[in-house]
Design a protein around this ligand. Structure first.
Ligand SMILES: Cc1cc2nc3c(=O)[nH]c(=O)nc-3n(C[C@H](O)[C@H](O)[C@H](O)COP(=O)(O)O)c2cc1C
Length: 288
């Protein structure tokens, strides 16, 4: 963990104790209400910036957060709960993409929203690969079909079937799906990426223990932003499952990605937007 410079300006500190309350590493202390807060030791600081963000007088001095990295929040600009709920209800995986490219600055906003998601221990190791090259997009679909084709071949092998069926009965549920996808692909359709014009792969270093969680939280931020910008997206589950099945990391290597790909978003401008949202199954909540 990088050791940071962290101190409290005792002259301007108003002794409110907020930085003490919010620090997850408990490295800021206030011995009594009438003394300013002080830093015990910056070791253990995860640079989450809560102390800087919460201070009403700019008295927390943190080497990672100089003044130009600290921005006031105008809470009146928040979407209302009603607007937020509408977004949650109306966001769909709209797979009917037009060939119109997504403007580059729109993609940047989606990436920025994804990048803003929380990460375990504030590690911020989530990285993104944005692909708009149609050949490379095709390559990802081809890789996925290739993995499914060899899985289907293995699962259908009469010699291996009895053993595999016992070892992984679940895999056989996917056999007809693999068949359908392979057929569609052979016909020149794109059942994997649906002719998406942009792909965002979300990855972390292999050593990141919460890589998948971090990447998927980033995904959701990005997908909600995409929806507000009128861009359609869907989760690249087939591709992610092919990456997991293949185990060798070939796709990552092919794309020059060093870490593990945990999530992927297929994006495109919608051919049309949906006039309705529909209800989900009944919510299941246990309240105690
Ligand atoms: C983990 C995960 C994997 C998914 N994989 C795919 C996929 O490979 N292809 C696809 O078209 N949709 C995929 N989806 C989209 C789901 O099918 C979709 O979210 C679900 O049907 C609900 O529809 P909605 O997103 O429009 O609300 C995936 C979604 C999730 C959460």
């Amino acid at each position: 963990m990088k050791v940071v410079n962290l101190s409290i300006n005792a002259d301007t500190c108003i002794k409110c104790g907020k930085c003490v309350k919010v620090c997850p590493s408990k490295i800021i202390l206030q011995r009594s209400k009438d003394v300013p807060a002080s830093v015990e030791s910056p070791k253990g600081c995860i640079s989450c910036g809560h102390c800087v963000a919460v201070c009403p007088t700019g008295s927390v001095l943190h080497s990672q957060f100089p003044a130009d990295k600290v921005h006031p929040i105008d809470y009146t600009l928040y979407p209302s709960a009603e607007q937020m709920m509408l977004l949650c209800k109306a966001r769909r995986s709209n797979r009917a993409f037009s060939t119109k490219p997504i403007p580059a600055d729109t993609l940047d906003v989606i990436l920025e929203a994804a990048h803003r998601a929380p990460t375990a221990s504030n590690q911020q190791q989530v990285e993104f690969t944005l692909i708009t090259d149609s050949e490379m997009i095709r390559l990802i679909a081809d890789f996925t079909i290739g993995v499914f084709r060899s899985a289907a071949k293995k699962l259908s092998n009469p010699l291996m079937k009895p053993v595999l069926k016992r070892m992984m009965p679940d895999a056989y549920r996917y056999l007809p799906v693999f068949g359908r996808l392979i057929n569609e692909h052979q016909k020149g359709n794109d059942p994997i990426l649906r002719k998406a014009t942009a792909i965002i792969l979300i990855h972390t270093p292999k050593t990141n223990r919460f890589g998948s969680e971090d990447a998927n939280l980033a995904y959701q931020n990005g997908s909600l932003m995409a929806e507000t910008l009128g861009v359609s997206q869907f989760y690249m589950g087939f591709v992610c499952s092919a990456i997991k099945q293949e185990k060798k990391g070939s796709l990552a290597k092919l794309l020059g990605i060093e870490g593990t790909i945990h999530a992927g978003m297929a994006l495109g401008m919608p051919l049309f937007r949906y006039p309705n949202y529909i209800d989900r199954k009944e919510i299941v909540v246990k309240k105690m």
